[in-house]
Write a protein that binds this ligand. Structure first.
Ligand SMILES: O=CC(=O)O
Length: 317
């Protein structure tokens, strides 16, 4: 009998056609419910899921035949890894292929919020632009300012690399310090979290979301930032305490924020949406044609390797 694989969202014709050569592909229709997912998984060996799917203990316990989860994406905080390990389910992710796209988007957001691009765009579209003025819509300089990076993995490093073009000194805080040589290459200086927050003009978050990083940036951390500084988050929403962020922005404790991720996606609090000094992107970090195709190919390749009896690469548990 051919193995079955449940795919929670369409990831493109070609990758799915390739997968279909190795297994029966059950592509769920948009709007499926958890009950439907469990129903299909109970007769399937494998799952191809993404950041929007909650693969928790209750689901895994209900699907004892599930052997492999291929995650389309690098972050896997939406999967109960401890439970998957217990049930000896192989879980893979797609690191590397989305590094550059996510670093690019980080810079797009950083530049947007500092130079008020989206805010200006809104103004022009609304017909409110009355012409060039010496003191009109002044933003903040980016070149030469200090960039603080929290989480210096692949994406953090790719963001740091781009800072060279802007002649920005880079400070960073991370679970693991980089080798000295790599620090030199990137021109990045390791500091503690407090220093990173208090010295940076732009604080950009690139750590994974774990129980340890839940609300890593809360009221006290925002208080440490300069009132002229900006917060950029392209990692995971719950790393930042959204309520504390809204308060800090309203009180002018920081200059602005550029966000690609939110605590309870796709919900974005109205209070945040009403603030002009905030740029809001709809989780676009890896959203380029090239990167999404590479992610799909990688996620499919992991499943094919598994179906062929090999150990797939990029196993997270
Ligand atoms: O957010 C997307 C990912 O983790 O790949």
């Amino acid at each position: 009998m051919r193995p079955r694989v449940v795919v929670t969202k369409d990831i493109g014709k070609e990758p799915l056609a390739r997968l279909a050569k190795h297994a029966e592909v059950v592509l769920l229709p948009p709007g499926w419910t958890a009950v439907e997912l469990i129903h299909h998984l109970q007769t399937s060996e494998a799952l191809l899921c993404n950041v929007t799917d909650t693969i928790d203990k209750a689901l895994l316990r209900a699907c004892p035949g599930l052997r492999m989860i291929s995650n389309y994406g690098v972050g896997f905080n939406h999967i109960d890894i401890a439970c998957a390990r217990e049930q000896q389910i192989i879980v893979t992710n797609t690191p590397g292929v989305l590094t550059e796209a996510t670093a690019d988007l980080t810079w797009a957001l950083l530049l947007d919020v500092s130079r008020r691009v989206s805010e200006g765009d809104r103004l022009v579209r609304e017909g409110k632009w009355a012409g060039w003025e010496p003191l009109f819509m002044l933003g903040r300089e980016v070149s030469g300012k200090c960039l603080g990076i929290i989480g210096m993995g692949r994406i953090g490093q790719a963001v740091a690399q781009r800072a060279k073009g802007f002649r920005m000194p880079v400070i960073y805080h991370s679970r693991r310090r980089l080798p000295e040589e790599r620090e030199k290459e990137l021109g990045a200086q390791y500091v503690d979290l407090e220093q990173c927050l208090s010295e940076a003009d732009y604080v950009s978050i690139h750590c994974p979301y774990t129980p340890e990083t839940h609300h890593l940036i809360g009221a006290a951390e925002l208080e440490r930032m300069k009132p002229t500084a900006f917060l950029v988050n392209t990692a995971r929403g719950p790393i930042v305490d959204e309520t504390a962020l809204i308060k800090a922005l309203k009180a002018g404790r920081i200059a602005g924020a550029a966000l690609d991720v939110y605590e309870d996606e796709p919900y974005v609090p109205m209070e945040l949406r009403q603030l002009e000094q905030v740029v809001l992107a709809p989780h676009l970090g890896s959203a380029t044609e090239e990167t999404r195709l590479a992610m799909a190919d990688m996620a499919v390749n992991h499943l094919i390797a598994y179906f062929q009896g090999e150990t797939p690469p990029n196993v997270v548990c």
